[in-house]
Structures are given as C-alpha cells and as structure tokens.
Design a protein around this ligand. Structure first.
Ligand code: PAF
Length: 230
C-alpha cells in the first residue's frame, strides 16, 4: 500500500510557501492546475485530480472549509473534516502539492473585501442560500490569485457554481481556464458528495437515491415530448 504513495506530495499552509513553489515551477516552464476543495474527499474529487494530471504538469489541490460561503453556522460546524485521509488519498492519486490554509491565512484580521456575485448567481441555490455564491466567488478568486494556476478544475455536480466561477474569472480578468468535469455517481445514480456521509438516519441514503432516478425519468419524459410526465 505504502509503495503506491507519491512521496513527492508537499503540503503548505501559507500563501508565501505556495507562491514560492509555483514560482519555481513557472520558471521551469511547467503548467499548473488547481483543484479547489473543502476536503472530505471522495472519488468525485479524485476524478478532478486525474483530469488535471492528464493535462497539466503540476497539480495543486486546496483544502479549505470556507466559512464565508456558509449561511448557517451549524452547517459549517458539522461539515465533515477528514484531513489525514484526504492527504493520503491525494498523495496516492499523484497530487504534487496540497495547499491547506488556516482561516486566518485566508482571511487575516481586518479582511474587509467581498465579491458580489450577480447574474447567474441569482436564482436556484442562490435564492435559498443568501450570500453563498458571494463567499464562493471571493474564496475562489483568492485561490486563483494565490496559486497563479493556468487552469482550475470543478465538478459539473455544482453546475451553478461552475458558471458563477467562470463569470467571476472573466469579469475580473483573471487569466485562468475554468474546466468543468463530469459528475461522478454512486451505483444507484446519486451524485458523489462530501455531504452524502451525513445521510444516515431512517433510510435517508436510500431515499436520496430516488432523486437521480426521478430526474432521469423526468428528462426522458421531456425528451419524448411528455413534459407533464404522463
Ligand atoms: O465546491 C466546493 O467544494 C467549494 O464551493 C469551493 C469551490 C472549494 C469553494 O470553497
């Protein structure tokens, strides 16, 4: 098992250390990919790492549970955190650099600037989670600028997020390619998600599996000209 680990994966916790390593790579003419995550990793995240490794010379994965995108403190408090296991999975997948900043590193005392995400951030999830996409856009903008990556990889599972991030990078002239990768699913069709591990009581996990089945049925009905699902 240990033989499959990539001993070269380094872990840094500061912007300064991250920048020093990326500067060295760029001086060597290497391309850099970024996979932003909040940890509690699963195969969906690893598929993003694999996609990045296929096209980029060096791959950074960031793990940061971003407080500014949670509108509910209880949700932030109970967000799954599996640091050691995450690091092991990333090393095994061939990640070159794990960037895991602290909250103070990302938002030092006095931090006072926040991106206001409009347009595609309005509606859908944005309508039910006030400030969520402002927090996402702000932290992703910082990750882009901190890492100076050439491309960043996101899952299509968070479809609205991909579009919010693309819009933000375009609007703020950040020279980065935003790559959307296909959703990874469990055997019953449920999209892989860090939050799935919180589905436990009273058959919650089984009931969640009904969702993709219902959506697939609805899509089939609509394609067949039966929008009412008759
Ligand atoms: O999708 C996520 O895990 C988060 O929203 C992201 C993009 C890492 C920003 O915190």
């Amino acid at each position: 098992m240990l033989k499959t680990l990539t001993p070269e994966m380094r872990t840094v916790h500061t912007v300064e250390a991250l920048r020093r390593i990326v500067r060295g790579w760029k001086q060597d003419g290497l391309t850099v990919g970024l996979v932003p995550t909040m940890g509690a990793l699963h195969d969906g995240h690893l598929s993003l790492v694999r996609a990045a490794l296929r096209t980029m010379d060096r791959v950074i994965v960031s793990i940061f549970v971003n407080p500014t995108q949670f509108d509910n403190p209880a949700d932030l408090g109970s967000y799954p955190r599996t640091g050691d296991e995450d690091a092991r999975m990333l090393a095994e997948a061939g990640t070159h650099l794990l960037y895991a900043p602290t909250v103070d590193e990302m938002y030092p005392p006095g931090f006072a600037t926040r991106i206001s995400a409009g347009g595609v951030a309005e509606g859908l999830c944005g309508a039910h989670r006030p400030g969520h996409f402002d927090g996402v856009a702000t932290v992703v903008c910082k990750l882009f600028l901190q890492s100076q990556a050439d491309a960043a990889f996101f899952g299509e599972k968070d479809f609205q997020q991909v579009h919010v991030v693309r819009r933000m990078a375009t609007d703020l002239d950040i020279p980065i390619r935003v790559v959307a990768c296909p959703t990874r699913r469990e055997a019953d069709g449920l999209a892989m998600s860090s939050r799935n591990r919180r589905l436990a009581g009273a058959g919650e996990r089984d009931r969640a599996g009904v969702l993709p089945a219902a959506l697939t049925d609805a899509a089939r009905d609509i394609a067949a000209g039966r929008p009412g699902g008759a």
